[in-house]
Design a protein around this ligand. Structure first.
Ligand SMILES: [Mg+2]
Length: 220
């Protein structure tokens, strides 16, 4: 990381396993809906299994269908709402936890994350990240049009940290959208490979190739 003074992290599958968030959400949805669905099976276990199939994006539709529940569309919408608003039980990857502690005295630290605002803030609270970084931008707070790869969050956080873009590094996992803006702004960019990462197989966006890749934040 050449002459880096600020390190900005993505959240999902960079600092903690996104899969664990999904499983935590399945537990919350299972608690809320098992009785209403009259499910004759372990709802959370069924959802975890569906998560590892091509039906990943239709987990709730699939279990509602399997239960022959009435008004399936309304039910699925309610389940998605419970999932997005639940208080997750998630923990940092150990190397991320250690990196945040190790880098704090020598660098400005930040977070830029996409996703529904209520969901991302609940994750940030569960991981107790607010006192550990100097600036946080949940792009959804700016508006849906400012999710990555829009550059606004990257420009704003460099301003807030008072660090020149050429001294900023972005660390993230998704080559389809994470590195387009920071590359264009002259940041250094690092892709972290995580086993079982949700977006690991995504194709790399044009101009979105990371300048460096790693398998652990121990090397930062
Ligand atoms: Mg991510």
């Amino acid at each position: 990381m050449p002459d880096t003074r600020a390190i900005i992290f993505d959240l999902d599958d960079t600092l903690y396993p996104e899969r664990a968030y999904a499983f935590s959400g399945f537990d919350a949805v299972s608690s809320a809906f098992t009785t209403r669905l009259n499910a004759g099976f372990d709802l959370a276990a069924r959802m975890r299994r569906l998560f590892d199939t091509p039906d990943r994006s239709r987990v709730f539709n699939a279990v509602v269908h399997q239960c022959n529940a009435p008004h399936p569309d309304a039910l699925v919408a309610e389940m998605i709402d419970v999932f997005r608003r639940h208080h997750p039980r998630i923990t940092l990857h150990p190397d991320a936890d250690a990196a945040l502690t190790r880098l704090k005295p020598s660098h400005k630290l930040g977070l830029i994350t996409d996703g529904y605002a209520v969901t991302q803030h609940a994750k940030i609270d569960a991981l107790e990240l607010r006192p550990r970084v100097d600036a946080i931008i949940v792009t959804d707070d700016l508006g849906r049009e400012f999710w990555k790869p829009h550059p606004r969050a990257f420009q704003e956080i460099a301003d807030r940290l008072s660090v020149n873009p050429r001294h900023c590094t972005y660390v993230a996992d998704n080559p389809a959208k994470d590195f387009v803006a920071p590359n264009a702004l002259g940041w250094h960019t690092v892709l972290i490979h995580r086993p079982n990462a949700v977006h690991a197989q995504n194709p790399t966006a044009p101009t979105g190739a990371p300048r460096q890749t790693t398998t652990t934040l121990q090397s930062l």
